[in-house]
Design a protein around this ligand. Structure first.
Ligand SMILES: Nc1ncnc2c1ncn2[C@@H]1O[C@H](COP(=O)(O)OP(=O)(O)OP(=O)(O)O)[C@@H](O)[C@H]1O
Length: 258
């Protein structure tokens, strides 16, 4: 069953100036879908439409067959978690207290988090080697550590669909590897993942389906083998680049032609 579907959606912040028109896509459980495109083309705007934060002027978005407009924020938060692009968190909450806020959609109005909520968070922090940071104020963490914490916040929401906007932009290579591994393992457990990235290699590393956002606002959706070509990527990024096969890693890498 399709978890998320967007049918012919169009969105403009100002009338007569559409960011994109007539975009359709379907995401199934366990699928990874990576959106690539140049700066300012509309990737974050599209994600916000899929989350119900932006309301498209045309088209329909369904989550588990229900129109997103008919779902409350709490109902959406029980199914979908979001890692925003601006991960810098302006709060003096401790890491633990901040992460506990992600359990709110599952608690009644006067209910406080229980043992299982704390344990879930401790387990997730330990998985990425941040167990020792749970009592630190968020403001004392580095940018990369804060980005990891926002990813963990989405995970402790135990979503069916995880939407991430450039989740690895601030991470070192080893931490990128950790996040890629986590995303792959979430997908194999049936969670659907939609992400944006500026690194085309992430598509190959995640074995994901692709959405190519062209500078004219068109989104081409399809399998990696059909969309990840030198010609299409050069058109998307308006620059010369090449795809090089790495036989020992059995995958392609995307390189600028400089
Ligand atoms: N809140 C807003 N109000 C008005 N215009 C906006 C708003 N947010 C984004 N835009 C505009 O919409 C267009 C798409 O922006 P968006 O942030 O979706 O691009 P993006 O593809 O995610 O870019 P980047 O790769 O740089 O993050 C841009 O022209 C941007 O200036």
């Amino acid at each position: 069953m399709t978890l998320l579907s967007a049918n012919h959606i169009s969105f403009a912040y100002r009338s007569q100036h559409p960011v994109f028109k007539n975009i359709s896509l379907n995401i199934n459980p366990g699928e990874i879908f990576t959106i690539l495109g140049p700066n300012g083309v509309g990737k974050s705007t599209l994600l916000k439409c899929l989350l119900g934060l932006n309301r498209p002027q045309a088209g329909k978005i369904l989550i588990n067959k229900t129109s997103i407009g008919q779902l409350s924020r709490r109902q959406i938060a029980r199914q979908v978690a979001y890692v925003p692009q601006n991960y810098q968190i302006n709060t003096n909450l401790s890491v633990m207290d901040y992460l506990l806020t992600a359990r709110a959609p599952f608690l009644n109005i006067l209910q406080t988090p229980g043992r299982s909520d704390f344990q879930l968070i401790i387990t997730q922090l330990q998985k990425v080697g941040l167990g020792s940071l749970q009592d630190k104020p968020l403001s004392a963490l580095s940018g990369g550590q804060q980005q990891l914490v926002t990813i963990i916040k989405a995970l402790v929401q135990e979503p069916q669909l995880l939407i991430l906007d450039e989740p690895m932009a601030a991470l070192d290579l080893n931490r990128q590897k950790e996040v890629l591994t986590i995303l792959k393992s979430l997908a194999s457990s049936g969670i659907a993942i939609v992400l944006t990235t500026h690194l085309p290699d992430h598509v190959f590393l995640l074995n994901s389906a692709v959405g190519l956002f062209y500078p004219n606002g068109r989104l081409e959706v399809g399998p990696r083998d059909r969309l990840m070509t030198k010609e299409k990527l050069s058109t998307v990024y308006q620059t010369s680049l090449d795809l090089v096969y790495l036989p020992h890693l059995k995958r392609y890498t995307c390189q600028l032609e400089i």
